[in-house]
Design a protein around this ligand. Structure first.
Ligand code: GAR
Length: 192
């Protein structure tokens, strides 16, 4: 069985979309794959409750308990590697990863970013798209490389920016499309 390990920091709606796709499309049979664990750097991440309710193993590793980014990433890799992942999926995991961590998972770690990369790397993507007068916004699934939010693009979805949009309304519109493209990108990689 190919194990998928999903990393979250918050609501975990993308994680939930992947878990639901795995159930509905029976990835265990069709792809020989399963969501083996959900890992959060925050104990209060809402997505953990969903994962537990689905019977998925959960792990919490608080980055504040570590002296350095390197120490946290080393401990995080130890937790992840217990599940021998074929794929590590960053789903709203709000941590900058060290080059060593990324290299350890080279070719088997992906992220979703709420912009049409290469535009708007980093934070506050929706407000920045509105401020720039963009007519369209969206989300990108990409391979993770050492540089933040850069790396080969696997999937994108586009939504309109509508008159009167706030960062919140645009984020909600983009998020519905994230839930479409992220499970699709994961399945495509597992099929490859
Ligand atoms: C998503 O919009 C995701 O694209 C974004 O955080 C949200 C997490 O939502 N990720 C980033 O900003 C990464 N830099 P979720 O926890 O409900 O999946």
């Amino acid at each position: 069985m190919k194990n998928i390990v999903i990393l979250i920091s918050g609501g975990g709606s993308n994680m939930a979309a992947i878990v639901r796709a795995a159930q509905q499309q029976d990835w265990a049979r069709s792809l020989g794959a399963q969501v083996a664990a959900v890992v959060s750097n925050k104990a209060e991440a809402k997505g953990l409750e969903f994962a537990r309710a689905q019977g998925i193993a959960t792990e919490v590793l608080n980055h504040k308990n570590f002296a350095s980014r390197e120490d946290f990433d080393a401990a995080l890799a130890q937790v992840i590697d217990r599940y021998q992942p074929a794929l590590v999926v960053l789903a709203g995991f709000m941590r900058i990863l060290t080059p060593g961590f990324v290299a350890h998972y080279a070719g088997r770690i992906i992220n979703i970013h709420p912009s049409l990369l290469p535009a708007f790397t980093g934070l506050h993507t929706h407000q920045r798209a509105i401020d720039a007068g963009c007519k369209f916004a969206g989300a990108t699934v990409h391979q993770v490389t050492a540089e933040l939010d850069v790396g080969p693009i696997l999937e994108q979805a586009v939504v309109p920016v509508l008159p009167g949009d706030t960062a919140e309304s645009l984020a909600a519109r983009v998020l519905t499309q994230e839930h479409v493209i992220y499970p699709r990108a994961v399945a495509a990689l597992l099929r490859a």
